[in-house]
Design a protein around this ligand. Sequence first.
Ligand code: PA5
Length: 433
Amino acid sequence: MDVDIGNALASVASPGISRASLDRLDERVATAHERIAAGRAEGEHGYAALNLPERTDPDEIRAAVEPIAGPDGGEIDALVTIGIGGSALGAATIVDALDADVETVFLDNVDPEWVRDSLDALALDRTAINVVSRSGTTAETLANFLVVREAFESAGVDWTERTIVTTGEAGPLRDLAETHDLPALDVPDGVPGRYSALSAVGLVAAAAGGLDLESLLNGAAAEAETLTGSLYECPAYAYGATCHALAARGAQVNAFMPYAESLETTAEWFAQLWAESLGKDGLGQTPVRALGATDQHSQLQLYRAGPRNTQVTFVTPRERPAQPIPPTDVDDLAYLGGGSLEELLDAEFRATEASLAAAGRPTVRIELERVDAFELGGLLYGLEAACVMAGELAGVNTFEQPAVEWAKKATRGLLGGGDFEEARAVEAKTALR
Ligand code: PA5
């Protein structure tokens, strides 16, 4: 990926970063890079995720998927992926951005009507199940799995022949896989959920959909090669450091706005990565999911004329598939007819970027060659590295998520799944009402 921070500089935008501040920040980037490199070398928790391009074995993933889905998913029409947060969004991002050969249904939420409707729409005898949970204890994932199993049994389909599990070394999901002799892949050590897209967590669904795992990993590996000690040389660090500096100057919101429909889920993935990694100690930017050109007709008003608390991050591919617009004999539409949708979308992007710059609002542009497996691998890796850099500069623990864990324990405790002080705190609050 390429990153252009020109419109985040103080000469263009407010809040903006002066050249002198950027030079000072670059010294801190060099120190943070040394910390990141040492963490990677030691395989430390979190930093180990940046080693996934070389650690992940695509053959192992395909071999585990084949018995339940056939080669490249040829024996199924659909894959139900059951997981939540980091155990679902990476896979959803990859499958939604690239053209998977099988329909992939993600069951993350536990809204009963939605789960039931999702299952009712599937031919279960042509469907496989992909269950993902690092901890193996997440209530939403395990409950949905029990519901899906029962639906398969009711339809007379043997779910044990069609289920693959990805989980940590130990836990209820691992036990279940062993009891039923299900193919099981490991969530690699030291890789938190939201950094696991480039492991089996994100790639089982991609393999079942016949996607090119090697290109995804090669794109990520190429991005990993760019991690140097300077924001002037490394696009990922330029992005992470710029966000950090803008946040410190008042850009509390980061609106992530791809100009590609296929990257809409990437904005959701980014929102999780950014919020759960950096929202600590009273710090962090609030990520907002946006989509160009759609949100030009809504959110853009706020970003140009609302509070000066937002940076907009654009992601735009240089090449897009062609879709000509047919010529027309209506004079007022002559400027469109004979053109193409890709030219129109590019013009929309340039207009939005220029409109924000003209109003002195900070933006950052991330450019891809095109949306394909190689470029997507690079984008996911680059944004993860950017997030790790932003976390180092802010001095927060990027790889933990105590607030998320609090609510997970409270939920389990409230349902009788263990004795958790978090659940007792919820009950005490309810009793006061
Ligand atoms: O990034 C994270 O750590 C979280 O979003 C987890 O991925 C999410 O809570 C699901 O956890 P698990 O994989 O243990 O089911």
